[in-house]
Ligand binder design. Structure first.
Ligand code: KIV
Ligand code: ZN
Length: 512
């Protein structure tokens, strides 16, 4: 048995299934590049047959990423599998991940199929997929709640047909660590050809145990692949979190005895990129990537850490991408220093033109803010990446007036297809007035389903980062804007969301 643990990231597929987290092709490609930098072994890039948007995203990621295996999900039918294979054509290393539900509940109520029909479909689908690619993963959906005898028969059959990875999902997050670990162990012991496949765990977090269950699947069950997402993004309570799995296995190598490919210093940048793109804020006390994950507030802890850091720290903050030297650049910093800092932060820009444009924005910001933190830079480049492609609207300037006892007024100038338009409105508050002023010109008819403001670097001198989530005709998009003035940040976020609504990219989340 290999002593390497394969990290399979499904942020772009299962993570995206979380309501409001849908991403467009450019955003997915940026995140895929960050996952490649992180040295993730397998990137599940989407569900090619679910929509044209997903097909194109899988295709463009397959063409661009060289070091990770690129995977597409597909239901267990020939059409889905062919679509997945087509989208994956350009990949250096391609995997098809096919699934069908095997629990009595799902077979009877959802699929309306008999167990024998499911058995045959699973077998034939894996056979079909193996004729198209050499690397085929099979998942029995709701596997953990399936009858163990039936599951063993199905898994034996699909391995015979050539499945190279067997993934056992706890689809509804019902498992308990010891029980899930033993379940994987039993399957591996009872399936006669189990040694012909890599065993994988895929846990949801409904009872808050996705990471614990996955680790038990590895330790007790002998699984050698974990399926996970950045920040634990995913439907309902989310999926198993990549950063927690990685740091648990690295920090407790004495217990797990497993090696990982992962380059952990890119974890924080990946976490921020996913959070900024989806608008899903990371809670401050989130392990590894939360703002407080390495902060010591109590005097006793601070004293201990100053004397010997391992008194209270089991991991080094810098090993996952936190920097010790927080104040990094100012208005006198040059382009080279800026470019070098981007590299240190793991941010790779597509072209010199992108760097120039980000640098110009950095200079603009440095004129207004004396200390520029890593967080500011990451927000600035994230803004850059999400707006420049399908940009119909662009922020130009804003003025607003608010005074106690008076209704706030705002006037905004923005470009619409390159032409400047000016619009004014009043509102309940200055943000409301500004966004109403935009709507007075645009008439998008979109419904706002989320508005959130976050101080990027913790003080009132900080930039505010605003996320706006808009919904229109069944599409949900997120816009993010950052600025020291939160009203400007709100207007930028709103325009960014409108740009995405306008873009033709189909971003319907995938679901089997
Ligand atoms: O949770 C689940 O069952 C899934 C499968 C499609 C692998 O995401
Ligand atoms: Zn899942």
């Amino acid at each position: 048995m290999s002593d390497k643990l394969i990290i399979f990231d499904t942020t772009l597929r299962d993570g995206e299934q979380s309501p409001g987290a849908s991403m467009n092709k450019d955003e997915k490609l940026r995140i895929a590049r960050q996952l490649e930098r992180l040295k993730v072994d397998v990137i599940e890039a989407g569900f090619a047959a679910s929509s044209n948007g997903d097909f194109e995203a899988v295709q463009s990621i397959a063409g661009a990423i060289k070091d990770s295996t690129i995977c597409s999900l597909s239901r267990a039918n020939d059409r889905d599998i062919s679509r997945a294979a087509e989208a994956l054509k350009g990949a250096n290393s391609a995997r098809i991940h096919t699934f069908i539900a095997t629990s009595a509940l799902h077979m009877e109520k959802k699929l309306r199929m008999t167990p024998e029909e499911v058995f045959e479909q699973a077998r034939l689908s894996v056979r079909f997929a193996r004729n198209l690619v050499a690397d085929v993963e099979f998942s029995p959906e709701d596997g953990y709640r399936s009858d163990v005898d039936f599951l063993c028969r199905v898994l034996e059959a699909v391995i015979k047909e050539g499945a190279t990875t067997i993934n056992v999902p706890d689809t509804v997050g019902y498992a308990i660590p010891e029980l899930y670990g033993n379940f994987i162990k039993t399957l591996r012991e009872r399936v006669p050809n189990s040694d012909k496949a890599v065993w994988s765990v895929h846990c949801h977090n409904d009872l808050g145990m996705a990471v614990a269950n996955s680790l038990a699947g590895v330790k007790i069950g002998g699984a050698r692949q974990v399926e996970c997402t950045i920040n634990g993004l995913g439907e309902r309570a989310g999926n198993c979190s990549l950063e927690e799995i990685v740091m648990a296995v690295k920090t407790r190598r004495d217990y797990f005895g497993l090696d990982l490919n992962i380059d952990a210093k890119h974890i924080l940048a990946a976490s921020r990129m996913v959070s900024q793109t989806t608008g899903f804020v990371v809670q401050p006390n989130k392990a590894v990537v939360g703002a407080n994950a390495f902060a010591h507030a109590s005097g006793i802890h601070q004293d201990g850490v100053l004397k010997a850091r391992d008194t209270y720290e089991i991991m080094r903050a810098e090993d996952v991408g936190w920097t010790t030297n927080k104040i990094i650049l100012g208005k006198l910093s040059g382009r080279n220093a800026f470019k070098q800092r981007l590299q240190e932060l793991g941010v790779q820009m597509e072209s010199e033109a992108d760097i120039n444009s980000a640098f110009a924005r950095f200079k603009e910001l440095a004129d207004r803010k004396s200390e520029i933190f890593d967080e500011d830079i990451l927000a600035l480049v994230s803004d850059e990446g999400v707006t420049h492609d399908h940009e119909q609207y662009r922020f130009v300037s804003l003025s607003q007036h608010s005074e106690t006892g008076e209704r706030p007024q705002a006037s905004i100038v923005f470009t619409l297809d390159g032409k400047e338009v000016k619009s004014s409105s009043d509102g309940n508050g200055p943000v409301d007035a500004s966004l109403k002023a935009i709507e007075a010109q645009v008439h998008s008819g979109a419904e706002m389903v989320l508005y959130s403001v976050n101080a990027i670097s913790g003080s009132t001198e900080s930039q505010g980062e605003v996320t706006v989530r808009l919904q229109n005709s069944g599409r949900v998009v997120n816009g993010v804007g950052a600025d020291p003035d939160i009203i400007v940040a709100s207007a930028k976020a709103y325009l960014s969301a409108l740009n995405k609504l306008q873009s033709k990219a189909d971003s319907v989340a995938a679901q089997g």
